[in-house]
Design a protein around this ligand. Structure first.
Ligand code: ATP
Ligand code: FE2
Length: 334
């Protein structure tokens, strides 16, 4: 594989609520990683409202990232963007911005799979070489690992993501949004384990029953919020732990990588460390700025893909909201 030296990639991440603009160089340097956060006024994510936010702040966010990096647009060599999976309106806004930049500046365009990007920036940031990856966020719950040219999915949620379960419960119980951090703080003060549905089906998981059940337990008024959060967290993570452990045993991967916004959780990180230790694997937790959705991961994966020969012509730069990571060929891992 030819490695083009001295490339700078600008990456646009707009798969869900937040807009991320990252600038990364081919020598592994994150020059900028700006995230413009969008908090919905009520309920969960509103795709069209989030997309409006992204288009409103696209120009200013790109300028902020260029300033952070201390470069001008003319020094950027590649325009990378998250082409999927994600929410259609949000993805389309990012893709429109990327296409406009690429066409106007006459730079190559590289469409990147968001889930692959989480793995690649995780490997880059931690030095993990061939990890089994647990990617947990508001929209995704995936256990994956590289095998025969692709990132294979060994287990995933059949309905909602674990982070979405936390966020929706947090709204119902009047906790801070997003729910993960507040639930983690309260869980640390809880001790009573309320029985909740534990739904592991084969290697897959389901969180919708857990959400319904924890919400009705809250509504009974019988439990403290600390015990509710403790029970929710323990049950949700035990399910993740079981699937992750079985995938690790099955694949014999030498490393276990935790990423996604939920990777910020100390309890989950310590469970991941224990599982890795039991199987003689090295644990890695991706630092939060690169674990949550961010533009740097798109920029970095754009560089790797570009070096492996990937280009995304304008006419095939349409977004794919349900693009699975195991559909992407990964020639750079051969
Ligand atoms: P994606 O588009 O990949 O699904 P996302 O839009 O959900 O990502 P992320 O920043 O990756 O964005 O993840 C946000 C999620 O992480 C939210 O569901 C939030 O509750 C959860 N989270 C954040 N901090 C913690 C924590 N300390 N413990 C548990 N969950 C957390
Ligand atoms: Fe993500």
């Amino acid at each position: 594989m030819v490695w083009f030296s001295d490339l700078i990639s600008l990456g646009i991440e707009s798969t869900a609520d937040n807009l991320g603009i990252g600038i990364v160089s081919s020598d592994h340097e994150v020059l900028a990683n700006y995230v413009k956060i969008h908090v919905p006024l009520e309920g969960g994510i509103h795709p069209r409202e989030a997309a409006r936010h992204h288009s409103e702040y696209m120009g200013a966010s790109i300028k902020t990232a260029l300033n952070q990096a201390g470069i001008t647009m003319s020094e950027v060599d590649i325009i990378s963007f998250a082409q999927g999976p994600g929410l259609g309106p949000c993805l389309r806004t990012g893709a429109t911005g990327a296409r406009a930049l690429a066409a106007y500046l006459n730079k190559p365009l590289v469409g990147v799979n968001h889930c692959v990007a989480h793995v690649e920036i995780g490997r880059m940031a931690t030095g993990a070489v061939d990890p089994l990856t647990l990617y947990v966020s508001g929209g995704n719950t995936i256990v994956s690992g590289y095998e025969s040219g692709r990132y294979r999915i060994f287990g995933e949620t059949l309905d909602i993501a674990v982070g979405n379960c936390f966020d929706t419960f947090a709204r119902a119980a009047g906790l801070e949004y997003p729910g993960g951090p507040d639930i983690e703080r309260k869980a640390a003060l809880g001790s009573k384990l309320i029985p909740l549905p534990y739904a592991v089906k084969g290697m897959d998981l389901s969180y919708s029953g857990l959400l319904t059940s924890i919400t009705s337990e809250y509504e009974t008024g019988k439990h403290s919020i600390e015990d509710l959060c403790f029970s929710l967290q323990e049950t949700a993570y035990a399910m993740l732990g079981e699937v992750t452990e079985r995938a690790l045993a099955h694949t014999s991967k030498p490393e276990l990588l935790l990423t996604g916004g939920v990777a910020a959780n100390k309890r989950l990180a310590s469970m991941v460390r224990d599982i890795a230790e039991d199987h003689g694997a090295t644990p890695f937790v991706v630092p939060i700025k690169l674990a949550q959705d961010n533009g740097a991961m798109i920029a970095w994966t754009g560089i790797i893909a570009y070096n492996a020969g990937y280009r995304t012509p304008l006419e095939s730069s349409y977004v794919n909201p349900s693009w699975r990571m195991d559909q992407v060929e990964i020639p750079w891992r051969n």
